[in-house]
Write a protein that binds this ligand. Structure first.
Ligand code: DGL
Length: 269
């Protein structure tokens, strides 16, 4: 099967990596909208258009499923994509607020959602929070710079830790039980955050749940990790074929994607 993943940039590789681990027998295509990254600081209308244009290019390839590995792109355009491409499963992503609320509530603590400005401003996110946040424990914080750092492959702990200290400095972290990484660029910084945050704070993202959904939609057997948790890549597992594409057709970006994927794999080692 040929499964396509789409993101504004290298963020969706965090989901692709998990899919590769769980579905080693499949083929993968990864498309990055390098002409327009980042999406999170753009308008809804712009992002809708960029997503449609990108997915049109993806759909020229023979793909049997599309994963919109981008919370911002999903928030902006998933309904339109599903109605345009109703012949294949189109799987989107949203911040993992529901499991976060459940876990934090059990611990008597609050939830902090990190995502892009656009994701946090749209009704899809507000509707989600209204649906699941019965006890009004969800707070949100946009982290636009983090997408930029990630696109620049800036993973040096000192710089990123200083950034997070600046962002979180005025916040009482004791009240939070869970932080949701509601942007696919953010799991690159999981280890740095883990090191920085008090140990009682759990980090969760939608990666595992998205790959579960992909398996269900395709009728593929799924290995079931804990909801929202990341899964370790086995160094011995074979790397399945991946076709990388990007909207500006810059070969340098292809090299960047390979380096980003190698970095992600090093985090799991
Ligand atoms: N990785 C994307 C997301 O999950 C988009 C980030 C951006 O382009 O601003 O939201």
């Amino acid at each position: 099967m040929n499964i396509a993943f789409f993101d504004s940039g290298i963020g969706g590789l965090t989901v692709l990596q998990e899919a590769m681990r769980r579905l080693p027998g499949e083929n993968f295509l990864y498309f990055a909208d390098t002409l327009h990254v980042p999406y999170g600081t753009k308008t809804l209308e712009e992002v809708k258009r960029y997503v449609q244009e990108s997915v049109q290019l993806v759909m020229k390839e023979p793909v049997q499923a599309l994963v919109v590995a981008c919370n911002t792109g999903t928030s902006a355009a998933i309904e339109e994509l599903r109605s345009t491409y109703d012949h294949i499963p189109v799987i989107g992503m949203e911040p993992a607020v529901k499991p976060a609320v459940r876990r934090s509530h059990e611990a008597g603590r609050r939830v902090l959602v990190f995502a892009t400005e656009l994701t946090l401003s749209l009704s899809k996110y507000h509707d989600l929070v209204d649906r699941v946040d019965d006890h009004k424990v969800v707070d949100s914080m946009p982290l636009p710079e983090l997408v930029q750092y990630c696109e620049q492959l800036q993973f040096a702990p000192q710089q990123i830790e200083a950034y997070f200290r600046g962002k979180l400095g005025g916040i009482n972290l004791d009240v939070y039980g869970t932080i949701v990484l509601g942007c696919t660029h953010f799991p690159y910084y999981k280890n740095i955050l883990r090191h920085l945050l008090p140990p009682h704070i759990e980090l969760i993202d939608g990666t595992g749940g998205t790959v579960d959904r992909l398996c269900t939609m395709l009728g593929l057997p799924k290995v079931q990790p804990e909801e929202g948790a990341s899964v370790k890549t086995q160094a011995s597992s074979p790397v399945p074929p991946i076709t990388f594409m990007c909207s500006d057709r810059n070969p340098a970006y292809l090299d960047k994607m390979a380096r980003a994927l190698a970095y992600l794999q090093s985090l799991q080692a």
